[in-house]
Design a protein around this ligand. Structure first.
Ligand SMILES: C[S@@+](CC[C@H](N)C(=O)[O-])C[C@H]1O[C@@H](n2cnc3c(N)ncnc32)[C@H](O)[C@@H]1O
Length: 180
């Protein structure tokens, strides 16, 4: 009986992950530790008090940023329930109080010029972000792993220094360079 309930739980969790991955167009694949540390160091260079992670997956990047930036608050949005619940568990284990995980759509967040955005998404989500920010306001800084904002020149590009490390694009101005 217990085995059957465990099997049902696992099946439910897997179905939920697949459902949200299809709907959002991206799975909760985490940034590798080396990339996460590089993002955390990049965030450290900026004086903003809040870092907003757009799609926090299993929570490892948000927790890494928070541990490297103890004076900053990290607000991490994740729509997929299973990875979100796992993040809460990890946060309790790692005792990192300066992170708030939210099981919500990051497009409901309105940025102020005091906030840094961090993302590892997909081209479709980058377009949605651009459309949302054009109407509602931009963050002070965006650090994006792997995917760039189409038609906007990054202020800085950090090339990977090792195998499997992601390229990082940093934006501090958001002027489109080509017609969209
Ligand atoms: C590739 S994962 C990145 C996870 C984490 N940022 C990292 O680097 O380790 C992208 C995550 O974004 C989430 N996501 C995509 N669109 C979203 C949205 N509109 N609102 C909240 N989460 C979203 C997905 O569910 C997925 O878990």
């Amino acid at each position: 009986m217990i085995e059957f309930l465990l099997f049902l739980g696992l099946l439910g969790a897997l179905s939920s992950i697949v459902f949200w991955s299809v709907l959002l167009g991206i799975s909760p694949m985490p940034s590798l530790p080396k990339t996460a540390r590089k993002i955390a160091q990049q965030v450290k260079k900026h004086p903003a008090s809040t870092v907003v992670e757009l799609g926090s997956g299993w929570g490892t990047l948000a927790l890494c940023i928070a541990r490297h930036n103890p004076t900053k608050q990290v607000l991490a949005y994740e729509r997929s329930f299973v990875p979100y619940a796992f993040s809460l568990l990890l946060q309790a284990l790692w005792r990192t109080p300066n992170v708030t995980f939210k099981n919500a759509n990051f497009l409901t967040h309105t940025f102020t010029n005091e906030q840094i955005a961090v993302a590892y998404l997909c081209p479709r989500s980058m377009v949605s972000l651009w459309e949302h920010w054009s109407k509602n306001g931009f963050p002070r800084v965006l650090v994006s792993a792997t995917f760039a904002l189409r038609g906007v020149i990054p202020t800085q590009t950090l090339k990977p220094s090792g195998f499997l490390e992601a390229i990082l694009f940093e934006y501090t101005t958001f002027k489109p360079t080509v017609l969209k």
